[in-house]
Design a protein around this ligand. Structure first.
Ligand SMILES: [Zn+2]
Ligand SMILES: [Zn+2]
Length: 279
């Protein structure tokens, strides 16, 4: 099973980091996680395409994680090879409303394309599954388990655990979403080969005297907390992802060194297109 960071960024636009999103490929299955800014450019760069996706998973409905959901919907719909297929979107309660509103904003374009192409007679076909916990996807040897995490006022927020069965090589990955440490996260990450976690640098954020920035400290794991989760869960590889704020180039090592005070496994600092195998 391969876990690819498609976008390692945050809400602040960054030339090197697309918005939060990831791709998990295992056996014959592939799923997108979140759809931040530029997700489909990064998906193309990873050598993958929208029609190959079996599902789109959303961790929560913050804009940085969902801003390009509309692009995924349109692109899946207009590509000839997906004619007659349904796009599957899995996310927390609220996802159906989010998708319905996305279709509203796309209505003008949908009308143009139906008028123009004889083989397009209907708008996008989307099946939404709202979940808070439990198995939410099973195909091709890949099983995905959702679980509630704690992202403060953003309720509900969920993380995902990916389990590949032995027929496709085995392996476990955890994608935390945005969350502070909590029991739900510990369960999702337990024994994972790869653990991808949104991480906030408390020293850097607390040095910025802007309240709106300081507010972000209360609903993200900081470096110490994320590394402690990695240690508690006994993961093999901890990926520092979605860094808040994005570090100046060359300073990533300080984040890794701080994390290493709590976790003695492998620590990676995410960049766009970083791929980590579970096996
Ligand atoms: Zn975020
Ligand atoms: Zn968030």
């Amino acid at each position: 099973m391969d876990v690819t960071i498609l976008g390692s960024g945050s809400p602040i636009p960054d030339a090197e980091r697309a918005g939060p999103s990831g791709l998990v490929r295992a056996g014959g299955a592939s799923v997108l996680i979140d759809a931040g800014r530029g997700v489909l450019m990064r998906l193309a760069a990873a050598g993958w395409s929208v029609p190959q996706l079996d599902a789109v998973l959303l961790t929560h409905l913050h804009s940085d994680h969902t801003t390009d959901v509309n692009d995924v919907i349109t692109t899946f719909w207009v590509m000839p090879m997906t004619l007659g297929r349904t796009l599957r979107i899995i996310g927390p309660p609220g996802t159906q409303t989010y998708v319905d509103r996305s279709l509203d904003l796309l209505a003008t374009d949908i009308g143009y394309r139906i008028d123009h192409h004889d083989d397009l007679t209907e708008g996008p076909s989307i099946e939404v599954t709202e979940v808070t916990d439990g198995v939410c996807f099973e195909a091709g040897g890949l099983r995905i388990v959702a679980g509630l995490v704690d992202h403060g006022v953003v309720k509900p927020a969920i993380g995902y655990r990916f389990e590949a069965d032995d027929s496709i090589g085995g392996g476990v990955a955890c994608w935390s979403g945005d969350t502070v440490p909590c029991d739900g996260l510990d369960a999702l990450a337990a024994g994972a080969d790869v653990y991808v976690q949104t991480v906030l640098n408390r020293d850097l954020v607390s040095a910025v005297p802007i309240q709106r920035f300081l507010d972000t400290m209360d609903y993200h794991s900081d470096i110490d907390q994320a590394a402690q989760t990695a240690a508690r869960a006994g993961v093999r590889t901890f990926v520092i992802n979605h860094p808040v704020p994005a570090p100046l180039p060359g300073t990533e090592g300080a984040w890794v060194d701080q994390a290493a005070q709590h976790f003695d496994g492998e620590i990676l600092f995410a960049t766009d297109l970083l791929t980590v195998a579970t096996g």
